[in-house]
Design a protein around this ligand. Structure first.
Ligand code: DG2
Length: 258
C-alpha cells in the first residue's frame, strides 16, 4: 500500500456566526455584543447544522469568542446536531476585530463621509487601522464595561484593530488549537468575519495582499484537512453548501451595502 493511503488526517471546521442585528442593519459591530437576528438563528439551524451533518462531521470541542453571536450560534448548531453535550471554550482572543470609532455606524453612512475606498481599506486592508474609539462613541462605555471582557489582560484591551493586528492577536490561540487538531481532537471554531479571515491567513498561509480579497459569509462551514504527522494541509479549504447560495452571500459581505 502506498504511503498516501496510510496518511492519518484530521479535519478542522471554521465558521462565521449567523446574521447579527448589526449585520442586518449593515453597521460596524466589532466588540459590541450584538445578538443574532431570528434569521441568524435560522441560519445556524438550517444552513450550518445540515451542512455539517451531511458531511458527517462531528466534534469533540467547539471554540467561540466571548461574544453572544458566536456563543449562541455554536449552541444552536450543536443542539441541532444532537450534540449539545460537546464542550465549548469561549476565548476573548477570538473576539471580532475591534472596529474602533466606526463601531455602531452604518457602513454606507461612513462611506458617504470618508468615501468608499477608505471604508473598504478599513474593512479589508491588512494594515489600515480604523480611528480609535473615543468616549463620544455611544458604544464606548457599553463595550469597556461589559463583564464578558473581564478576562482581557490589563493593557491588552483594544481601542481599534486592523486585520493585521487581529492576525497577531489570534496567533497564540491558533497554535493551541492546531496542536489539538494534530492530536486528533475534532474541532469546530465558530467565530467572526475578520477572525475567520485571520485564521485563514494562518492556516492557508495566504499573502497579506490575497487575504484582503477573502470574504466570509455567515454560517457556511469551511473545512480543512491536516496531515497529523507533518501538520501540513491536505488539499485546500472546502466550503460546505450550495455554491450559488455561497456565491451570493459572499458578494453581499464584500459589498458596502445600502
Ligand atoms: O464587526 C463587524 O461589523 C462584522 C464584520 O464586518 P465587515 O468586516 O464584513 O464589514 O463582524 P461579524 O459580524 O463577523 O462579527
Amino acid at each position: 500500500m502506498s504511503s498516501q493511503f496510510k496518511m492519518k488526517t484530521n479535519r478542522l471546521v471554521l465558521l462565521r456566526h449567523g446574521e447579527s442585528e448589526f449585520n442586518l442593519e449593515n453597521k460596524f459591530c466589532g466588540w459590541h455584543d450584538a445578538p443574532l437576528t431570528e434569521n441568524g438563528e435560522r441560519e445556524a439551524c438550517m444552513v450550518a447544522s445540515p451542512a455539517l451533518l451531511q458531511s458527517k462531521l462531528d466534534f469533540d470541542v467547539v471554540y467561540t469568542s466571548v461574544l453572544d453571536r458566536s456563543k449562541k450560534s455554536a449552541e444552536l448548531i450543536l443542539s441541532n446536531m444532537n450534540r449539545a453535550y460537546v464542550p465549548t471554550k469561549a476565548d476573548w482572543r477570538l473576539c471580532e476585530r475591534h472596529y474602533g470609532n466606526l463601531t455602531g455606524f452604518r457602513k454606507r453612512e461612513i462611506a458617504n463621509i470618508y468615501g468608499e475606498d477608505q471604508v473598504q481599506a478599513w474593512r479589508r486592508g491588512y494594515d489600515d487601522v480604523p480611528p480609535e474609539i473615543n468616549t463620544e462613541n455611544r458604544y464606548y462605555y457599553v463595550i469597556r464595561n461589559n463583564p464578558i471582557f473581564d478576562d482581557v489582560p490589563a493593557g491588552q484591551f483594544p481601542m481599534t484593530e486592523s486585520l493585521g493586528m487581529c492576525v497577531d492577536r489570534v496567533e497564540p490561540v491558533w497554535k493551541e488549537i492546531k496542536q489539538e487538531v494534530l492530536n486528533g481532537t475534532r474541532v469546530l471554531i465558530c467565530v467572526h468575519g475578520t477572525v475567520t479571515r485571520a485564521l485563514v491567513k494562518h492556516i492557508e498561509g495566504v499573502s497579506k495582499e490575497a487575504i484582503q480579497k477573502v470574504n466570509i459569509p455567515n454560517s457556511i462551514p469551511r473545512v480543512y484537512e491536516f496531515n497529523m504527522k507533518t501538520g501540513e494541509l491536505v488539499g485546500g479549504p472546502i466550503n460546505l453548501g450550495d455554491p450559488e447560495y455561497i456565491k451570493k452571500k459572499t458578494a453581499q459581505v464584500a459589498a458596502i451595502g445600502d
